[in-house]
Design a protein around this ligand. Structure first.
Ligand SMILES: Nc1ncnc2c1ncn2[C@@H]1O[C@H](COP(=O)(O)OP(=O)(O)OP(=O)(O)O)[C@@H](O)[C@H]1O
Length: 328
C-alpha cells in the first residue's frame, strides 16, 4: 500500500509536557480520523508533519518527503485547516481565498477560478463577497476548508473542522470532508475529540492518548456487525403499543433483549434490541409480528459504534449514556 504519512518513534517534549511519546504510525490514502481527547497531541503532530515544528526525537515523512528537511515541498502539496479562528474579519471569503491561492503560487486568473470553484464546493455562494467578520461559525469553517483546498493539494490536514458546529452543520461538514476524497481523490487526515462522528466519514481511525498510539484500524473493523437485531414495529388498533406487545410475546417465546442503547434519542422507545441466536430468531420475530398484526418497520443486524470499542462495558450492558461523543 502507498503510504501517505509515516512516523517512527516520534516524540515532542515540552519542558513540562510530553505532547508526543514515541508515536509510530503508517497511514495510507483515503480519509483517516485522528482521534484523541483535548491535549492528546493532535495539533502538535500536524505541526510536525507540516514541517513547522521540529520533533524532539524520531522521524516522520509525508508523501515520501522527510519533515525535517523538506517542509517547504510538503506545504506545497498539503493543505492545512487550523483549529482556531484565524480569519481576517474585514475581507470577504473571495478576497481571502484568492490571496491564499496567490500565496501558494497560482497566477492571478487561475487563483480566481480555483477560488470560485472551491468556494462553490464548500457551499459558500452569495455570501462569498461579504466580510468574513459577519459570518456564522459554520461559514467560517467553510472558508478555512476552502483555503486548505484552493491550491489543489494531494493531502489535507483538517484540525477539528466540526468544532463549534451544531448537529446539522457538523453533518454537512462531515459530508464535505468525505467528498474531498471521493470527488477529488485528495487524502484527508481529520482530527476530532469525538470518536463517534468519524465512523461514517473515515476509512481508517487512529486513536492517540497522551501522545501515544492507542489503536489504529479500519473503520469497518471498529464497526463490525453484532449479533443484535434492531426491530421496530408500528402500533395497531388492537395493540396501541405495538412495541410493548411484541416484547411481551417474544419474551414468552424465550427471546433475550438488550437494553436499548439509543435511549434518549428520537424514536428510541420503539426500537427493540433482540439477541439473535441464529436464523430462528429472525423467523420468530417475523412470525410474531405477523401474528400480532403489526407492521414491521425494520429488522436489521446492529453494528458496533466506534465509541463502544473503547467502552466495552457500555456495549455489553447497553448502559451507555448519550453524550456529545455518541453517534446519532
Ligand atoms: N508550544 C507549546 N509549549 C508547551 N506545551 C505545549 C505546546 N504546544 C502544545 N503543548 C502541550 O502539549 C500537549 C498536546 O497539545 P496539542 O495541542 O497537540 O493537543 P491536541 O490533541 O491538539 O488538543 P486540542 O484539541 O485541545 O488542541 C498539551 O498538553 C499542550 O498543553
Amino acid at each position: 500500500m502507498v503510504t501517505v504519512i509515516v512516523t517512527e518513534r516520534l516524540s515532542m517534549r515540552f519542558p513540562r509536557v510530553t505532547a508526543l511519546d514515541r508515536l509510530s504510525l503508517d497511514i495510507g490514502p483515503g480519509v483517516t480520523g485522528l482521534v484523541g481527547s483535548n491535549g492528546a497531541g493532535k495539533s502538535t503532530l500536524i505541526k510536525i508533519l507540516l514541517g513547522l515544528t521540529p520533533a524532539t526525537e524520531g522521524r516522520a515523512s509525508v508523501l515520501g518527503l522527510d519533515v525535517a528537511t523538506r517542509g517547504g515541498e510538503i506545504r506545497e502539496r498539503v493543505g492545512y485547516m487550523p483549529e482556531h479562528d484565524c480569519l481576517p474579519p474585514d475581507v470577504s471569503a473571495t478576497e481571502f481565498v484568492v490571496h491564499m491561492a496567490r500565496m501558494s503560487g497560482l497566477p492571478p486568473t487561475a487563483a480566481r477560478e480555483r477560488t470560485a470553484d472551491t468556494l462553490r464546493h464548500v457551499g459558500l455562494y452569495e455570501e462569498r463577497y461579504r466580510p468574513i467578520g459577519g459570518y456564522s461559525t459554520g461559514m467560517k469553517q467553510r472558508v478555512k476548508l476552502a483555503q486548505a483546498l484552493v491550491h489543489d493539494p494531494r493531502l489535507v490536514f483538517l484540525d477539528e473542522p466540526t468544532n463549534g458546529l451544531d448537529p446539522v452543520g457538523r453533518d454537512e461538514m462531515l459530508g464535505l470532508i468525505r467528498r474531498i476524497h471521493t470527488d477529488f481523490g485528495i487524502s484527508v487526515l481529520v482530527t476530532s475529540h469525538l470518536l463517534g462522528e468519524l465512523e461514517r466519514t473515515c476509512d481508517h481511525v487512529v486513536v492517540i492518548d497522551g501522545g501515544s498510539l492507542l489503536r489504529s484500524s479500519s473503520t469497518s473493523e471498529f464497526t463490525r456487525t453484532t449479533t443484535t437485531l434492531a426491530v421496530e414495529v408500528t402500533d395497531s388498533d388492537e395493540h396501541p403499543d405495538g412495541t410493548a406487545a411484541l416484547r411481551e410475546r417474544l419474551t414468552a417465546a424465550g427471546a433475550v433483549f438488550q437494553r436499548a442503547t439509543e435511549e434518549g434519542l428520537p424514536g428510541a422507545g420503539h426500537i427493540l434490541l433482540v439477541e439473535a441466536a441464529g436464523e430462528e430468531t429472525y423467523d420468530l420475530v417475523r412470525d410474531t409480528v405477523a401474528e400480532l398484526g403489526l407492521g414491521l418497520v425494520r429488522m436489521e443486524q446492529r453494528r458496533h459504534h466506534i465509541a463502544e470499542v473503547f467502552r466495552p462495558e457500555a456495549a455489553e450492558h447497553g448502559a451507555e449514556q448519550p453524550t456529545e461523543g455518541q453517534p446519532r
